[in-house]
Design a protein around this ligand. Structure first.
Ligand code: PRX
Length: 629
């Protein structure tokens, strides 16, 4: 499965384009199947349908756990670093993880969870989160992990969309110096959810909680009552593995669906190759399992490849800004995979927090989630990687299942801020506004992918038409990423950011429409328009233009109230950084908000607004310009 040289990469890439089915079938052979597949690939991008390895019977947990037991049962599968550095780290070997997954899978079964049922998981970054995820996969239940920072309303929306029958949560979560009441939030969510029959609650913080008779169960009590023998459910490669909600430019977040076989192969193949994982290495991905990066590069990719994956409960700045470096030192981390926003934030604390730490274990560095600026790239490479660790800038999306464009560590020649070259199996194309392919090098356009890969999105849960519309209709016959991209003279790719109304704030994907809807729910707000603006640490900040019913008497207070509303409706990650009160918004005669103008004003580019003559009321632009924050 592993490519070892740049020459081998080129050969593999060519083979994957000339004979994709042969290429992926060869990779797939290296996994454990109960029954071989009948057909490697069938696809129709007009209809947004892709199937890989249909008819093949397998279970991802047999690949992530069972098959490693004989050879590396006593090797750490998970190393868990708790929020408080004074607390003991915990190591789960493959044997122990296997045992706990099977045990918890039996708890799920005992409470009526069956193949195909949806289970919502709302947990902090504790080992039980990985156990819960794998236990679902063991019995064929579909997990929907919801990031611990989301609000009750966001949880409820996700539970209702997927019609989950169970929620797995904890009493509370430790996050830096804060204790967050998880169960209370779930209780608030469940007032709006009728499909949930059982809630399993893990003890983490000993925060007092209300347990509802007949519905709520303690994790610790339940696992005592079952044994640890749980045969894996036979799954078709195309059976659903999980749903993960992500934001788009319109409407509520969509439930991106991934299936068992293709996702497993793609997450594992990309993990092995991008990070050039060597047996025994400790891989530390700092993402949360509530996002796709955690699914693919904390849980499934590393475990299916028999790796050791480090799970960190806390935040990079607690107890201080040296926490990541202390973890690297303590656990002799070999691979560090983090986000540009974390790097920029830690850069801001100065080198004193970096100095004196032992980075000698580090061999490879990775970046994900947003474009990495040149300064952050060099800072990371030099101060953390000692200028000898390869640094992989990995571009991909929730909908992709795994990394799409990235260097292979130590193999692909690097270029700062470039995701470099497509992985084998990925056929990127740049298109212009009219959908025409832009050929050659030294060009830029909208990034599309013209051929399916095993990790591609299969559908959006409960609404296939939305999947077709969102990804496959803008440029017929191609998957549209929503990203703008440049291909330089060497054929290297650099992702320039979203070209739609999706924001990337600290690597979190947020739809402008979602934030607007939340702001509009605040009493006294008539209308709002939200855009992104460049932010030194977050990459993008959220700038909201708000029309109120009456001029606010205490604008500062009103701003705080608006932030609190957004926090309550979506979660703190979506709070606006700036709120400007305006009396009108620049609209076309047909009533469409001209975001281009608002974006430029928020960026401070006020002299370059382009043609404003088609506006209903051009005077409003002057007022907005004058009031810019
Ligand atoms: O705009 C791209 C940006 O993050 C978006 C996908 O967000 P999400 O689905 O939350 O997944 C994030 C982690 C896989 C993309 O459309 N993005 C992700 N990685 C990069 C990036 N932009 C530039 N460079 C990257 N390496």
């Amino acid at each position: 499965m592993r490519i070892k040289t740049f020459e081998e990469y080129k050969v593999a890439y060519q083979q994957s384009v000339d004979d994709p089915e042969g290429f992926w079938a060869e990779v797939a052979q290296q996994f454990q199947w109960r029954k071989p597949w009948k057909k490697v690939l069938s696809w129709d991008f007009q209809e947004a349908r892709t199937k890989w390895f249909e008819g093949g019977v397998m279970n991802i947990t047999e690949n992530a756990l069972d098959r490693h037991l004989a050879e590396r049962g006593d090797q750490p599968a998970i190393i868990w670093e708790p929020n408080n550095p004074e607390d003991q780290a915990v190591t789960l070997t493959y044997h122990v993880l296997f045992d706990q997954v099977c045990r918890f899978a039996n708890v799920l079964k005992k409470h009526g969870v069956k193949k195909g049922d949806r289970v919502c998981i709302y947990l902090p970054m504790v080992p039980e989160l990985t156990i819960a995820v794998l236990a679902c996969a063991r019995i064929g239940a579909v997990h929907s992990v919801v990031f611990g920072g989301f609000s009750a309303k966001s949880i409820a929306d996700r539970i209702n969309d997927a019609e989950c029958s169970m929620v797995i949560t904890s009493d509370g979560a430790f996050r830096g110096s804060k204790v967050i009441p998880m169960k209370d939030t779930v209780d608030e969510a469940l007032v709006q959810c009728s499909t949930v029959e059982k809630v399993i609650v893990l003890t983490r913080t000993r925060t007092p909680v209300h347990m509802l008779k007949g519905r709520d169960l303690w994790w610790e009590d339940e696992v005592k009552q079952v044994n640890s023998v749980c045969p894996a459910e036979p799954m078709d490669a195309e059976d659903m593995l999980f749903i993960l909600y992500t934001s788009g430019s319109t409407g509520k977040p969509k439930g991106v669906v991934h299936t068992c076989g293709g996702y497993m192969i793609y997450a594992t193949y990309t993990f092995a190759n991008v990070f050039q994982y060597e047996p025994g290495e400790v891989h530390f991905c700092t993402a949360d399992i509530g996002w796709i990066t955690g699914h693919s590069y904390i849980v499934y990719g590393p475990l299916c490849y028999g790796a050791t994956s480090l799970v960190f409960e806390g935040v990079p700045t607690y107890p201080d800004a040296s926490r990541f470096w202390k973890i690297v030192e303590r656990h002799k981390v070999n691979i560090l995979y983090t986000a540009p926003t974390a790097i920029r934030s830690l850069m801001g604390f100065g080198l004193d927090y970096v100095k004196g730490h032992d980075f000698s274990s580090l061999k490879k560095l990775g970046s994900v989630g947003e474009p990495i600026n040149e300064e952050a790239w060099h800072w990371y490479k030099t101060n953390i990687g000692g200028d000898h660790c390869p640094l992989v800038d990995t571009w991909w999306q929730t909908e992709n299942g795994g990394i799409m464009i990235s260097p292979l560590a130590g193999i692909t020649p690097e270029k700062p801020t470039f995701a470099t070259l497509p992985l084998p199996g990925i056929q990127p194309v740049l298109v212009d506004e009219s959908g025409k392919e832009i050929e050659g090098n030294g060009v830029s356009g909208n990034l599309c992918i013209k051929f399916p890969w095993p990790g591609i999105i299969r559908t959006t849960y409960g609404d296939h038409e939305r999947c077709r519309q969102t990804y496959f209709s803008t440029y017929p016959g191609m998957y549209f990423t929503g990203d703008g991209c440049l291909r330089d003279e060497d054929g290297y790719y650099r992702i320039t950011g979203r070209v739609d109304d999706v924001l990337n704030v600290s690597g979190h994907r947020i739809g402008t429409a979602e934030v607007e809807n939340a702001i509009n729910m605040h009493l006294g707000v008539v209308e709002s328009a939200v855009v992104g603006y460049p932010h030194d640490i977050k990459g993008q900040g959220i700038y909201a233009y708000v029309i109120t019913e009456h001029a606010p008497q205490d604008p500062e207070m009103f701003r705080k109230d608006i932030s609190a509303t957004v926090s309550r409706i979506i979660g703190p990650i979506a709070k606006p950084d700036k709120v400007q009160f305006v009396s009108g918004l620049p609209k076309t005669r047909s009533g469409k908000i001209m975001r281009r103008i608002l974006r430029k004003i928020s960026e401070g580019d006020v002299n370059n607004l382009g043609d404003t003559s088609t506006l209903l009321d051009p005077a409003v632009v002057e007022e907005i310009k004058a009031g810019k924050l």
